[in-house]
Design a protein around this ligand. Sequence first.
Ligand code: NAD
Length: 514
Amino acid sequence: LGTSHFSTAADPSSIKLNPPRVPNLIGGSFVDSKAATFIDVINPATQEVVSQVPLTTDDEFKSAVSSAKKAFSSWRNTPITTRQRVMLKFQELIRRDMDKLARNVTTEQGKTLKDAQGDVFRGLEVVEHACGMATLQMGEYVSNVSHGIDTFSIREPLGVCAGICPFNFPAMIPLWMFPVAVTCGNTFILKPSEKDPGCSLLLAELALEAGLPEGVLNIVHGTHDIVNAICDDDDIRAVSFVGSNVAGMHIYSRASAKGKRVQSNMGAKNHAIVMPDANVDATLNALIAAGFGAAGQRCMALSTVVFVGGSQSWENKLIERAKALKVNAGIEPDTDLGPVISKQAKERIHSLVQSGVEDGARLLLDGRNIVVPGYESGNFVGPTILSNVTATMECYKDEIFGPVLLFMEADSLEEAINIINNNKYGNGASIFTTSGVAARKFQTEIEAGQVGINVPIPVPLPFFSFTGNKASFAGDLNFYGKAGVNFFTHIKTVTQQWKDSAGDSKINMAMPTS
Ligand code: NAD
């Protein structure tokens, strides 16, 4: 494994009485911040302070933006083949350090090591996709639009772009952002989640090792103030955001008011419809994995199951399988779900479950009082199931973002589709059925950006885009895929005339036509 220029949570020997301070990355150097305030990065399984992240100062932020601005002119003129080769090397280094990256994710975020590897791998696939940027970024050409005149379009980089990340995928989401942006020829300011910034630093270190020139990728830290500074900065052209709706809509309006492009992936309430003809075993396993995997902290986690024809026949089997899941620290082998990110998140989940009970839902499985031996102070919530949930309950209207499955019932597919379409979010929705007719009706009528047919977490690979809609997305160019390349480039059209103009002796004052 490569040796880091700084200590991170991937290196347990560094976690001593004085936790390491997470540096900024400015102009190709990892530099300690002169911040007056640092936030503790806490291992959610143990409460150990694994590092401290600065509230990057205004001067440091300005210096990061100015180094990105300075790097832009040479980076945009670097051959696309060279930029692609940096990504080719980068993907190789991510594979080399997969275990180290995953260990960091587990320590700072809490998910199981296997799930953390998946977090890194799904980001790695975006890097692999960026290796083909020359083809993805190709323009268009029409010859002879008029006599001797051709028109072509070029997709050019924007300049300095920025990314603001959530806590739940500390590897994948930074990798949704900067590899696409920089391979298009932009330079980048990354603001990782203050809850688990370590993986972004490790990835940046690998990007530098892969040959990314200094200043092309910069990292700053903090919360609201630095986010507002990103939104307001005149040198930043585009902002990529993933996180909650409160932050996402604030960033969308503040940054677009400054004339920036914004893509904002936000919260979710992902539903599955289970038809009476669904394959029982496969459906049970899919519901359990999608509902409780990553402790329900995936933006595409399943939160609500609508059983057409009633939930009765499914309930006992689901309770049985949910009870069999092992809740433990992510670092322990055979763990199925780890802790949630913070004490506050745990309390919020508890109170939403309680509100469901008070509103008349049936608590089929209660994971609130779980104690994990050896990790008694961890933020654990066991698998929890509420049935007889209705659309007016708080636990249904709010995103819970924990290992809680809600059961609803409908008499028909039509009714089930209406329930989902009336929900404000539109990230993902799935159907479990053996009927092609039901599946096709669902696919056509459902108002969700990512649709699964017998697939519980239908997150598209990077040759497509991550296509959340309704309140789950603001903007018009989605993350990665063709839309991602379009987001990080603007179109220039060139019209050129090459003809023998010896005979053009008159001035033509009319609008040119062909
Ligand atoms: P969050 O919104 O609390 O934080 C995300 C980022 O925004 C962080 O970097 C944080 O520092 C910053 N931030 C938070 N509040 C802010 C504010 N008021 N003003 C300015 N900046 C602010 O989100 P989180 O808790 O880290 O992540 C969980 C959320 O992210 C969930 O809602 C989840 O559904 C969503 N998410 C969505 C997707 C998607 O692709 N749709 C993917 C992952 C996570």
